[in-house]
Structure formats: C-alpha cells, structure tokens
Design a binder for this molecule. Structure first.
Ligand SMILES: C[C@@H](O)C(=O)SC[C@H](NC(=O)CC[C@H](N)C(=O)O)C(=O)NCC(=O)O
Ligand code: NI
Length: 139
C-alpha cells in the first residue's frame, strides 16, 4: 500500500496556487487539463517529500462546495512556524489558530480547507482546547 495524494476541489485555481505554493511553499509536480471533462488537476508536493501530494481539482464550471464536515485538515511540518505564519499573514491569510505555543497553527485555504502547521521537532500531541479564534496580529 502506498499513499498517493489528498484531493481538494478549488474554485479559484490561481488563488489556491498562490496559497499552497507562494504561501506554504509547495511545488507543482505536474498538471493535466481535461477539456472534455471541463476540469484541471494540479499535483503539488512539499520539497522534502514531493511524492505525498495534494491534488487540486479545478472544475471549470464554478460550483459551491458544501458539506464535507468529515474532512479535517491537511498538515505540514514547517521549519519556523512563526515566520511561516507571518509570511501568510503578510499575504492576507487569516491565522485562524495562532502559534502561541510555538508548536501548532491553523489557517484555511481560499476554499476554506483547513491547514495545520506544525513546528518541526515539536510534539504532535493534540493541542489543548483552542485558544480564542481570531487573528490578533501578534502571537
Ligand atoms: C487522476 C486521479 O488522481 C483522480 O483523482 S481523477 C478522479 C476523478 N476526478 C474528476 O473527475 C475531477 C472532476 C470532477 N468533476 C470532480 O470534481 O471530481 C473522479 O473520479 N472524481 C470523483 C471524486 O469523487 O473524486
Ligand atoms: Ni486523485
């Protein structure tokens, strides 16, 4: 058994590429257009393990995606969680769960896909009950 990818549907491919690549540092491995199916698939990977991919599915005919409560988040380990969150915030991304503990933060993609950021080397134990939500601008 080999893990391949997690697929998320995105409504604005450019905005999602900016978030996942410029914001989080993922790299495009490949993409394929399916004009007959009116969709595009873009496979992104992290530099350290590019084979574990995020598959962005962009349906050319826009639709609102609802439900999916069973989906939790995508998780990435970062070198410096404060610097990563500051970079994302400078790009206009809301830091939904700031890295007050220096260990864990949560942000959301343009489509509301939850993304967990974990400081490399930090404990992966579940976080204590979340501190109040909201982006105070400082942590
Ligand atoms: C190539 C492989 O990695 C795929 O995931 S293709 C799976 C296929 N995707 C699509 O048809 C994309 C367009 C479609 N309108 C959609 O939004 O899924 C597929 O079977 N998708 C169905 C699914 O539930 O994933
Ligand atoms: Ni797939």
């Amino acid at each position: 058994m080999k893990y391949l990818h997690t697929m998320v549907r995105v409504r604005d491919l450019d905005a999602s590429m900016k978030f996942f690549c410029e914001g989080l540092g993922l790299v495009e491995n490949r993409r394929k257009d399916y004009p007959e199916g009116r969709f595009t698939l873009v496979y992104l990977g992290a530099p350290e393990n590019p084979e574990a991919e995020v598959e962005l599915t962009w349906n050319h005919d826009d639709e609102a995606y609802t439900g999916g409560r069973n989906f939790g988040h995508l998780a990435f380990a970062v070198d410096d969680i404060y610097a990563t969150c500051q970079h994302l915030q400078d790009m206009g991304v809301t830091i939904n769960r700031p890295p007050r503990d220096g260990r864990m933060a949560f942000v959301r993609s343009p489509d509301g896909i939850s993304v967990e950021l974990l400081q490399k080397g930090a404990s992966l134990a579940p976080a204590e009950p979340w501190a109040s939500m909201g982006n105070t601008g400082s942590w």
